[in-house]
Design a binder for this molecule. Structure first.
Ligand SMILES: Cc1cc2nc3c(=O)[nH]c(=O)nc-3n(C[C@H](O)[C@H](O)[C@H](O)COP(=O)(O)OP(=O)(O)OC[C@H]3O[C@@H](n4cnc5c(N)ncnc54)[C@H](O)[C@@H]3O)c2cc1C
Length: 506
């Protein structure tokens, strides 16, 4: 029997990266599908989610095929670089730096998200998606049988439109409309109480400028690649700042902190607090002393981490940040967009083609919370305890990066048709790696606390340039990165254990 008629085959709630990507992928090869994207804003403002990692780069270039736009209109990213200091007065020449020596091998980008999301949404419309904008999905009545879902949509100009659809894709981002409506939205505030403030600045002095290199000659040494187009992080105990260059000449800068380990000093405004914090780090001062903030572009989020208990049901599915989010430290947000959008599009297409999709639904509802937990415990749980200690962070960086390249990055390049439909850290190998990562993460947290107690936290935050011995590539050479990381970690175990107690030194 034919299903009851509906206005659309698919309505996508939210037209930013996740929603536009889903729309485009649905219409490609299936021009007959009736897809409507509903986007609340008249135009996108500048978002976070600007720095991409390698899984995201693979998705953007090999699944969405955006290489031409990305090469011409956005910056190529050249790795993650971290800067450690002992005091705000330190010279940039004395700081410990961790980051790549050469330019990156795989495509990764610094995205002006307003520009990119607008471009992607236009492509989705060019492929034939309908667009209601600015318009908000206000009321959702989900069907529990074979009849269509009903949505009430309010366009900005006024009035309400009732729309029926076979499928609903929730791409509403942090608003997480469906998860909240269904009561399956969970904040992770208790185990990850993080906050962020950010802004975009102009007139920033880049790290490769003549001025910077004349003031600090060490910036001409050691690193062969460009530091400007890296994602530069300033690191301290309990906090880190990102500095991301954007193709319009501005820089995105923000601070994220874990409220258990650090309190951002008060100030008259959010912007003043962010600026004061940037100026308290030698690299921040070098870059932002004469920087001019973009007016009206300062944002604040409290409690960044959350997740949905399940992400799909009777002809509805969540994608991207509508499913959940963990932490921006390693720029993994778009990795999750990639996997969830791919999996959702596959599910919807199969279902609309009349195939039984029960197995996929069961898999996604089992795999998402599991993957969130494994990834979170492996990479972020209590991590802010040690991110300000260069030696401990070097161990984590090598191990985390090695595991990322052996696992998620290698797999999406080598077996894309299968891997994109799965969630990361799937299967026995993923579980094994996840557990190992959670183990060394816990050890590093313990070492950081011991180091604070013994007065030796940050002991190597001066005078080191730690560049991994090879450029990162998605093959087993990443095992060598992990091996290097294990050596740094074991050395940190020994030096921390052997260090005298503070009382013995006094
Ligand atoms: C501080 C911070 C820094 C980050 N940095 C990075 C990074 O460097 N790299 C990275 O990969 N990720 C990063 N992320 C994560 C990244 O920002 C997100 O993963 C990404 O922006 C999510 O995209 P999305 O399309 O799922 O949601 P969004 O970009 O939030 O888009 C959701 C869209 O839905 C629309 N919408 C909402 N409700 C409705 C409704 N009812 N009706 C119609 N439309 C609606 C909104 O207007 C919006 O356009 C960061 C996150 C934070 C908090």
């Amino acid at each position: 029997m034919n299903p009851p008629p509906a206005d659309y085959d698919v309505v996508i709630m939210g037209g930013a990266l996740s929603g536009a990507a889903a729309g485009m992928m649905l219409k490609r090869g299936h021009p007959d599908l009736r897809v409507l994207i509903v986007e609340r804003t008249a135009e996108f403002d500048r978002k976070v989610g600007e720095s991409t990692s390698e899984v995201a780069g693979c998705f953007l270039t090999r699944v969405l095929h955006q290489g031409a736009h990305l090469s011409a209109r956005q910056y190529q990213k050249h790795g993650l670089r971290m800067w450690f200091c002992k005091t705000p007065q330190d010279s940039v020449d004395d700081l410990t730096e961790i980051g790549p020596n050469f330019q990156s091998r795989l495509p990764t980008f610094q995205l002006d998200r307003a520009l990119f999301d607008e471009h992607l949404l236009k492509e989705a419309c060019d492929f034939g998606c309908g667009l209601m904008r600015p318009a908000t999905v206000k009321t959702i009545t989900l069907s529990e049988d074979d009849s269509p879902h009903t949505l009430e949509i309010t366009p900005k100009e006024g009035g309400t439109r009732a729309v029926t659809t076979r499928w609903l894709i929730d791409a509403s981002g942090k608003a997480a409309v469906l998860a909240k409506k269904l009561g399956v939205h969970h904040s992770a505030e208790d185990e990850h109480p993080t906050s962020s403030i950010w802004c975009r600045f102009r007139n920033v002095n880049g790290l490769d400028s003549f001025k910077s290199r004349e003031m600090f000659p060490n910036l001409m040494k050691g690193v062969h690649g460009l530091r400007t187009t890296s994602t530069n992080h300033l690191m301290g105990r309990g906090w880190w700042c990102w500095i991301i260059p954007l193709s319009d000449g501005s820089y995105s800068a923000g601070v994220t902190w874990d409220r258990r380990y650090f309190t951002l000093p008060e100030g008259p405004t959010l912007l003043a607090r962010l600026q004061a914090h940037l100026m308290a780090h030698p690299v921040g001062r070098l870059m932002f002393e004469h920087a001019v903030p973009d007016a009206g572009d300062t944002f604040y989020y409290k409690n960044l981490a959350y997740r949905s208990e399940r992400i799909t049901g009777n002809r509805w599915v969540m994608v991207g940040d509508a499913c959940g989010f963990m932490d921006p430290l390693y720029s993994h947000g778009i990795d999750f967009i990639a996997h969830t959008v791919h999996a959702a599009v596959g599910l919807v297409k199969k279902n609309l083609a009349g195939e039984c999709t029960r197995e996929i639904t069961d898999y996604l509802n089992m795999a998402y919370p599991r993957c969130w937990r494994i990834w979170f415990d492996a990479l972020y749980k209590d991590k802010y305890a040690y991110i300000g200690d260069a030696e401990l962070m070097n161990a984590a960086f090598l191990l985390d990066l090695g595991a990322y390249f052996i696992g998620p990055v290698r797999l999406v390049y080598s077996n894309p048709d299968y891997e994109w439909t799965r969630l990361p850290y799937d299967g026995p190998a993923g579980t094994f790696f996840g557990r190992f990562m959670a183990f060394y993460n816990r050890r590093l947290v313990h070492l950081a606390n011991e180091r604070v107690r013994k007065g030796m936290h940050g002991r190597r935050n001066h005078g080191h340039l730690w560049t991994p011995r090879q450029s990162f590539s998605p093959d087993n050479s990443a095992l060598r990165l992990m091996w290097d990381g294990i050596k740094v970690w074991l050395k940190a175990e020994i030096t921390t254990k052997l260090a005298p107690e503070l009382s013995a030194r006094a």
